[in-house]
Design a protein around this ligand. Structure first.
Ligand SMILES: [Zn+2]
Ligand SMILES: [Zn+2]
Length: 151
């Protein structure tokens, strides 16, 4: 039973699934039975009920969400000096310093998929994540899994 999408901005009735980007979108929205969608007409991004009809994006980098869980090992980032053991077997791709609190993080990639360009994108992603933490006065996580979507 799919509901018809209706854009609040332009009234368009055609929506695409949008990639889940944030912690909220990945872990909280599903519990609220919501999903991110993008209006095909005006590109407004919004959340809609999971029962709303939305097309898969043509360039499907979306993949099944559960694929990540079986895949080993993963690209991660850890607090510097905290998890050298965790980085074992991973190639260190660089460090990133949070400009708010000065805490340093090391990005580690499994050697098979180690990629500098990807690490740069992940560093940007991480910068935003760290800034979010400060905005919400949250402690930075010791170990963060990097988004698979960048590979
Ligand atoms: Zn629209
Ligand atoms: Zn910080």
């Amino acid at each position: 039973m799919l509901r018809r999408y209706q854009c609040l901005d332009c009234g368009g009735s055609d929506a695409y699934r949008s990639r889940r980007r944030t912690f909220l979108e990945n872990y909280i929205l599903p519990f609220l039975l919501l999903k991110p969608v993008r209006c095909a007409n005006c590109f407004r991004r919004s959340y809609a009920s999971v029962f709303t009809a939305a097309r898969e994006r043509a360039s499907g980098h979306n993949g099944p969400q559960f694929a990540n869980l079986v895949e080993q090992p993963k690209a991660i980032v850890v607090k510097k000096g905290w998890g050298e053991a965790v980085l074992a077997g991973l190639r260190e791709m660089g460090t990133l310093r949070c400009d708010r609190c000065g805490e340093e993080f090391v990005i580690g990639h499994p050697p098979k998929i180690a990629d500098k360009k990807t690490a740069e994108k992940q560093a940007h992603w991480l910068e935003r994540l760290l800034a979010e933490d400060h905005k919400h006065e949250k402690k930075h996580a010791d170990r963060i899994e990097l988004p698979q979507a960048y590979f």
